[in-house]
Write a protein that binds this ligand. Structure first.
Ligand SMILES: [Zn+2]
Length: 95
């Protein structure tokens, strides 16, 4: 039986990032708006300068494994399991 894995269609992809400049400590507030996240990081480089061009990024989603050939009668997309309460947002570094 072959399987495929993909992002659960009801899941959001969340991105977090932190600046890799040693002394900085800037962190992106986790967001599912990937475009806004990109802009935040570019804005950080624009504000802090060329030493702040690298970021450690983490993308998080819910993965779903499905059989490649659909079985009739099988629910194609199981519901997204309940999520824990919102995690506290990481503190932004003071500048
Ligand atoms: Zn930085």
């Amino acid at each position: 039986m072959k399987h495929v894995i993909r992002t659960h269609p009801k899941s959001e992809v969340t991105v977090t990032a932190c600046c890799l400049n040693d002394a900085c400590g800037w962190m992106l507030v986790p967001t599912s708006d990937l475009e806004a996240a990109d802009k935040e990081m570019m804005a950080h480089t624009g504000k802090e300068g060329q030493g702040h061009r690298t970021f450690a990024r983490t993308f998080e989603d819910v993965a779903l494994v499905s059989r490649q050939e659909l079985n009739k009668g099988q629910q194609e997309v199981p519901p997204l399991p309940g999520r824990p309460d919102e995690e506290p947002q990481p503190e932004r570094a003071a500048h």
